[in-house]
Structures are given as C-alpha cells and as structure tokens.
Design a protein around this ligand. Structure first.
Ligand SMILES: Cc1ncc(COP(=O)(O)O)c(C=O)c1O
Length: 364
C-alpha cells in the first residue's frame, strides 16, 4: 500500500516529547508552546504567533478576533476546504465566492473587484496545493477599499510570494499542522499577526475568552478551548528545525512526478512555477480531461493499493450551504471542473523514490 500521506518524524521529536513526559508539562501550559510560537512566527516574518488545536480553529478565531460587523461580506474562493468558509459563517459574516484560475488552481484575482460592494469588509485568500495566490492585486484592492485581508496559509509553510513568506500577508494569517503538512504537530494550528491588539484577542479567544485581568471565571464574551498542548508544540519545534529539508523533499517529489509524467495524455499537471513563486507541492495534483477518466484512474490506482484524494469540492455546491439558502444558482465553471476531475497522488514526506516510481508506472 502506498498511502496518500506519510509524515516524516526524523529529528528531535522523540527527545522533546520525552522531555514533556519527564517534566510533567503535558497541557497547554508548558515551555514548548512559547518557543514554538516565537520561532514559527519569526520564521514567517511575523511578530506574534498564537498556537491552537488545529488550522480550522485558527480560522474560527481569526474571523471572530477581527470584530467585523455582522452581515458584512467576505470575498472568498469557492474552491477550498470548508474550514475558512464555515468560520466566516459562524462569525456572522457572508461569504461571496469567486471562481478559480486554471493555471494556479487558486482564486482568480481578476474576478474579485466586481464582487466588492459597500458591505464588503474583507478578502479571504487560501493558497491552494502548492502555489500562492497572486497577492499584488489583492494588496491593491485591500488598500483601495479598506478591507481586511485574512490569509489561510495552511498548506504553505515556507512558501514565498516574490521572495516574501506566505503567512506574512494577512491582517491575520493562519496555518495548519495536520500530518500531511510540511511540518506537523499531529493536530495543530497557528495564527500569526503583527498587530498587538489582535494578538491579545486571539490569545483570549483560544482560551474560553477568560479575561486577562479581573476575576477568573467571569466572562465578557464567548470563546473556545482551542489550546495546543505542550506535547504538540514539542513536535512542532522539532519539525520546525527540519522545515527547509522538508520543503526540499517536497520539491524533489514534485520534480520527479513532473519529469516522469510529462508525456502522459489526458491530464493537466501542476504548474511548476509562475513569475512570483516556485511550486512547493504540498500535494501533487492532476486534473483529468474528463470526470470518467478521473474516476477510472482513481479506481485503478486504488486497485493497485495506491492512495489518492479527490480535489476539494466547491463551496457553492455544498449541500450544507445550499440547505442554508446560500449560493443558490451560482456557478463557477473552472472550480467545478477542478473539483470533478481533480485528484492528487501520494505526496507525503515519507515517500521514497521506489514508491514514486511505482505510482508513475501506472501511467506509462
Ligand atoms: C487550506 C486549508 N485551510 C484549513 C485547513 C484546516 O486545517 P486543520 O485540518 O488543521 O483543521 C486545511 C487542512 O488541510 C487546509 O488545507
């Protein structure tokens, strides 16, 4: 079996975890938390890092921390995991969707301005699968219309846009450390920002909105217990020490697939680079020319014990949102094609060359 993901835990993970057990620091109160927050925030060129229980929790906190007035609109990609869209909705805001760009698989930035209304208060960018969103047009729109920028960088640890780190762009930016990410904490996430007030808000919201001053157990607002444990942070710190090696491995996996699959017919491969970034290959995706070809390929790979994942399913086609009366009769043809015809190959850091050759041998 070649699983779609295998993490790589080859550094100080065991040593740091043992330290947690030996010292008894296993909750969110241990010393690895602060170290991981500081070092990760510094790595992505931010002042503050707030470690949380997962990347979805980071997004819940991010949207609530901004205190945007209820009913305001947030421009967002339809092609994404559900996490940021459900965070927008649970913060009492309205997602307004845009289609994707078929070359980068990210939101089509040329479609954003036509969606801006007097109610728009923020743009959500989600960097998808390996290439960042083209940020310059978004910076210009945020400036022109005075909008917040929320950056979901869950898949982009270490990636850069024009030489600047992904995760350094949003009013608030978020990461995930699920085991299929470039670095993992098992489950985990991080919010990063340069804004002291937002840092305070995020710290508070992840901790049941306990008031930093005043009597304990008296609350002015509702938050969550979205704390990360010291054990997760211990893993994260060990992984962060290896991040450049992990990125190098991911790019090598991407290069081998690109080289081995360049002649195949009927599939679009990822774009290796744009004029602003080299693909970091969080996953190696393929878009088949047709849905039957996609389904048949996934089935044949599965019969040979090769794991794949389908691409995200568009937000405007999610039964849960349609039941809520959202996105009715909306259509985003590029994203719909990607969702129906796209899947990704085993792309984990633990993959070796034999596995990659086995996967590719199916196609030739
Ligand atoms: C773009 C994006 N945002 C958010 C998340 C959610 O992260 P988590 O699984 O840690 O909740 C993911 C997870 O893969 C993701 O890819």
């Amino acid at each position: 079996m070649i699983p779609v993901n295998t993490p790589l835990l080859s550094g100080n993970e065991k040593k740091y975890l043992l330290e947690c057990i030996e010292t008894g620091w296993i909750s969110s109160e241990g010393p690895f938390i602060k170290k991981f927050e500081e070092q990760f925030a510094a790595y992505v060129d931010r002042k503050y890092g707030i470690a949380v229980s997962n990347g979805s929790a980071a997004l819940d906190i991010a949207f609530k921390a901004l205190e945007i007035e209820e009913g305001a609109e947030v421009i967002a990609p339809t092609f994404t995991i559900i996490s940021p869209i459900q965070s927008i909705i649970t913060a009492g805001l309205k997602p307004v969707l845009v289609d994707s760009d078929i070359q980068t698989w990210n939101m089509d930035v040329t479609q954003i301005e036509s969606k801006i209304t007097s109610k728009t208060k923020a743009i959500l960018v989600v960097h998808i699968y390996g290439l960042p969103v083209d940020m310059d047009p978004i910076f210009a729109l945020c400036e022109k219309y005075n909008l917040f920028l929320i950056e979901d960088a869950a898949e982009m640890h270490g990636q850069t846009y024009k030489g600047r780190k992904c995760g350094s762009f949003g009013t608030i930016s978020t990461f995930s450390f699920y085991p299929n990410k470039h670095i993992t904490t098992g489950e985990g996430g991080m919010i990063v920002t340069n804004d002291e007030h937002l840092n305070d808000r995020c710290q508070k919201l992840r901790n049941l909105a306990f008031e930093p001053k005043g009597r304990r157990f008296v609350h002015e607002e509702i938050g969550w217990n979205y704390r990360m444990t010291n054990m997760q942070a211990a893993l994260g710190l060990a992984q962060l020490e290896k991040i450049e090696e992990h990125i190098r491995i991911k790019r090598e996996i991407g290069r081998l697939y690109q080289e081995g699959l360049k002649e195949i017919q009927g599939f679009q491969l990822p774009t290796p680079q744009t004029d602003y970034a080299d693909n970091i290959y969080w996953v190696f995706g393929l878009i088949a020319d047709s849905q039957p070809l996609c389904e048949a390929t996934v089935k044949k790979l599965s019969d040979q014990q090769i794991g794949t994942r389908p691409f995200f399913w568009c937000m405007h086609e999610q039964p849960v949102f349609i039941k809520m009366g959202l996105f009715l009769n909306e259509s985003y043809p590029v994203a719909e094609k990607m969702a129906r015809n796209g899947f990704y190959l085993p792309s984990g850091l633990g993959l070796d060359n034999v596995d990659i050759n086995n996967v590719m041998s199916y196609f030739v």
